[in-house]
Design a protein around this ligand. Sequence first.
Ligand code: PEP
Ligand code: MN
Length: 327
Amino acid sequence: MLIKIKRNANRKDVDEFIQKLGGGQAGVKIINWGDDRYLVSKKLTENSPIIEEIKDIKSKHHLSSREFKLEDTVIAIGNTRIGGSSITIIAGPCAIETELQIKSAARFVKAAGAHILRGGAFKPRTSPHSFRGLEEEGLKYLQEAGKEVGLPVVTEVMTAEDVPLVAKYADILQIGSRNMQNYMLLDACGKIRKPILLKRGLSSTVDEFLLASEYILAGGNQNVILCERGIRTFENAFRNTLDLNAVAYLKQVSHLPVIVDPSHGTGLRPLVTPLAQAAIAVGADGVIIEATATPDEALCDGAQSLDEPMLNTLITNVNRISSVVYR
Ligand code: PEP
Ligand code: MN
């Protein structure tokens, strides 16, 4: 359960009450949530004048659940909103390869009507012999590209140590699929206040996915965006199987925005637009799309990347579906 502490309660009374409930060994701890403080505890063995309210949340996803917060979380990045009634389109190359490549992508992504520019500077690659990103140089190009066209930018952070560096350049930090259970990284992202795009682990259940989001929320960072990006199944005709069940489910049980990645979810260029449409129809708050001027020459994920005309079609179609679902 979550025990909301009165705002005027002093630290000494709170510490004493924590000890009465069994202390850290019993799993009792404080969570800062905006201007409020909550105690997480398995049970409430005694009363205290410091208690403001008791939230007996049945879900083990204390902070991400709608039991805790009924209304949708809406994340503001400049004039862009993620969640609530908005549909957010994020697009850009898988990896930042050159200054020219990211800047030309930024121009057509903006012209197509997308709201946020993506691009990876630290790339987690299955093979160490593949292109692994331009690192800080790439972050600089991405930030400049975003500024030139007036779009916020999102990029992946792979280690806890890199969080301050990536946060210096990015408006949103992405935690990749392979790092969904990197608890040190999750903790580090809980300590900052920039939005975090948390991708579902490639073999993770929705329960594990929500628990990973709890790490960031428990650190006091309320700006978490969930991203369904496909999971490993027995099916090998596609790179992954995009789990749209999870999208409908997450929207019901959680107040956090849910973005869908049909690029990694399918791995196949012709399937990206139809699955982006399906994602919006099923209730997603937006999509993240890999797009670059010349996908066939891309150093990373070219087979699932769209070119400019394909991105234009995707966005037109997504906007049509959005109006059908009153978004
Ligand atoms: C990416 O967005 O390019 C990426 C590596 O995604 P994922 O972590 O979902 O594989
Ligand atoms: Mn990619």
